[in-house]
Write a protein that binds this ligand. Structure first.
Ligand SMILES: [Zn+2]
Length: 606
């Protein structure tokens, strides 16, 4: 049989130059394929050939560089020249369907040597369906990375995973779709795996991770002036004012600037060079839109795109990903520095509520030898002011330090308008070593708005979970007026708070905050952890730094959210403002002694 003849030493680029035709429907340049038009595609394609020992080919390419067509050439090569079972994975089953109907149908029908190997889809029992194409000696299966079933089944010698950055992190609870698909090729000694994509967010991009595990090839081209080889970088592109038409490239060696007209000659003389050690099995290629052939995407187009995008983060991200083929760095916490916050500190005194504060909450972090307490004021649109922050020294297994906390709870805090506010909701951390003592304290102060909280390590948790009653009586029944414990999605809250600090959006600090406070507040950064092989961001403490100020802030913010649950969200801030202005005191009784049941009416007053 034709399909079973021994494989001749032919590369994908040779096959494409001989047989591939571009249709007028799918291509801007219909006619015979010419690898010379995009010389940088030759090597990636040839590493996919049976003549190469490479098993994994990684292409992190910009849009409009021909990445898609090189994949199609490989498909044609497999069908016509090196048949075997092949799996094509698109991000979703729906996209696989579209690929089958559009790209694949035209690839087959426009290329005679493929058309004669695959029966038309219309014929009955043709072996040609939407998701399976039979050909002599092999079969091509199509599926989506969102279908575990599609990724499992039969062994495949060839696997083509397209746009892997759009793959889900986890498919049907069975883990990473890339690993799942790749398992199917393990039995083939001469397997080939192609992964392609434009990248997405730094540290979250699959294609970047794959590229970093490869030998990291860059396409080096000679400078038209000095001849020095270099790979093209975006910062070297220069233009005048806001005029994209003036775009020229500045050689990083001789400083000479040259126009795009030199590009075809440069591409012809270009070569891929590895920039990292090779394992001999993985070849990685990165290519920006700067290499796009004349007539496709020009340097002027790229400057134009950049000028439109530069002021808008999502547009700029898209530019960086699809034009530069680089990952986008989201610098969440990195822009929130202790020094930066210190510099923006406002002049209000510690212990006073600036204009705008209409609600006070507190967050308490329980440590082995002290309680750290922050009092936060809140106003319209959840703007927050740090009112007070202190450490109450003392062993939390003893009553003394809790007595100090009672004084905080009993304090009336002066507002700018000459009124007084009291803490209406306090969150005390029960997740530390002193859970029992914390519950004991909270139990007697439920009516004063004191609740127990515990941070949840579960990713993506709601900021504040549903409260649950944790006290039971001797019969094992829940005590109605016992301690309520709220689980906090601390990662979620920290992301919110840091987002607001970074954008200078509604968290204000006065003289209550000093150097040490800001150091603690910024003591955590987002780090990566791998869950089922996929990276997730989570907040971790920077080495050996204390973070109570941050924890207290998280708890006080949660207290504000918990308090808000009792109120109509739309009118909450207006109601609180009216109440403050009408001179009505907060319903908390001023007490120096720990409260018992005497504080009845606290909730009903509200
Ligand atoms: Zn030069």
């Amino acid at each position: 049989m034709d399909g079973l003849r021994p494989e001749r030493a032919l590369t994908v680029s040779q096959w494409a130059d001989e047989h591939r035709r571009l249709s007028s429907k799918a291509s801007a340049e219909p006619g015979p394929w010419r690898t010379g038009r995009t010389p940088y595609l030759k090597e990636p394609m040839d590493e996919l050939s049976t003549t190469s020992n490479v098993q994994r080919v990684v292409m992190m390419f910009a849009a409009q560089t021909g990445k898609t067509e090189s994949g199609s050439n490989w498909l044609g090569y497999v069908i016509a020249h090196a048949p075997g079972p092949m799996l094509l994975v698109q991000p979703t089953v729906e996209m696989a369907k579209r690929l089958s109907k559009q790209r694949l149908e035209s690839l087959i029908s426009e290329t005679p040597c493929l058309a004669e190997r695959i029966a038309p889809a219309r014929a009955r029992d043709s072996g040609n369906t939407m998701f399976a194409k039979e050909f002599p000696g092999g079969m091509m299966l199509l599926t989506g990375a969102n279908s575990a079933t599609g990724l499992r089944s039969t062994p495949c010698r060839y696997i083509f995973m397209d746009e892997v950055d759009a793959f889900p992190a986890d498919v049907d609870g069975e883990g990473d779709p890339v690993s799942l698909a790749e398992k199917r090729a393990t039995t083939f000694a001469r397997r080939k795996i192609l992964l392609t994509s434009t990248p997405t967010v730094k540290d979250f991009s699959r294609i970047e991770a794959e590229y970093q595990r490869s030998d990291q090839r860059r396409f080096y081209v000679p400078c038209p002036s000095c001849g020095e080889m270099q790979w093209l970088k975006w910062p070297q592109l220069k233009w005048e004012g806001n005029d994209p038409a003036t775009a020229v490239y500045e050689c990083e060696h001789c400083g000479e600037r040259f126009a795009e007209i030199h590009k075809p000659a440069m591409l012809r003389q270009g070569e891929w060079r590895a920039t990292a050690p090779s394992d001999g099995k993985t070849a990685g290629f990165q290519l920006s839109g700067l290499y796009s052939p004349l007539g496709w995407l020009s340097w002027a187009d790229m400057v134009d795109d950049f000028l439109r995008a530069k002021a808008d983060a999502p547009m700029l991200k898209s530019f960086v990903n699809t034009r530069l083929a680089e990952t986008w760095e989201e610098d969440y916490a990195s822009k929130v520095s202790a020094d930066g916050l210190m510099a923006k500190r406002l002049a209000y005194e510690s212990g006073t509520c600036p204009d705008g504060v209409v609600l006070l909450t507190a967050g308490v972090d329980v440590q082995d030898n002290r309680l750290a307490v922050s009092v936060w004021g809140w106003g319209d649109r959840q703007v927050g002011w740090l009112v007070w922050h202190q450490e109450l020294m003392g062993d939390p297994t003893q009553v003394e330090v809790w007595g100090q906390l009672d004084q905080v709870l009993a304090t009336g805090w002066a507002t700018e308008c000459g009124k007084e506010l009291k803490i209406t909701q306090m969150c005390v951390d029960s997740g530390g070593h002193c859970t029992h003592e914390t519950y004991a304290y909270v139990r007697d102060r439920v009516r004063q708005g004191v609740v127990a909280i515990k941070g949840s390590s579960k990713r993506g948790s709601a900021a504040v979970g549903k409260g649950s009653k944790v006290d039971v009586n001797w019969r094992g029944r829940v005590i109605k007026r016992g301690v309520t414990l709220y689980m906090l999605g601390t990662d979620t809250i920290k992301t919110t708070l840091f987002g607001r600090m970074r954008h200078d959006d509604g968290l204000r600090f006065g003289m209550a905050a000093d150097d040490e406070y800001f150091k603690q507040l910024t003591s955590e950064k987002q780090a990566l952890r791998y869950v089922k092989g996929f990276p997730v961001r989570e907040w971790v403490k920077k080495s050996s730094e204390r973070n109570e100020a941050l924890d207290c802030c998280v708890y006080a913010y949660a207290a504000m959210l918990i308090y808000g649950r009792r109120m109509n969200r739309a009118t909450m801030w207006q109601q609180l403002r009216d109440r403050l202005e009408s001179g009505k005191q907060t319903p908390l009784r001023s007490r120096k002694q720990p409260a018992s049941g005497a504080a009845s009416g606290f909730v009903s007053n509200w």
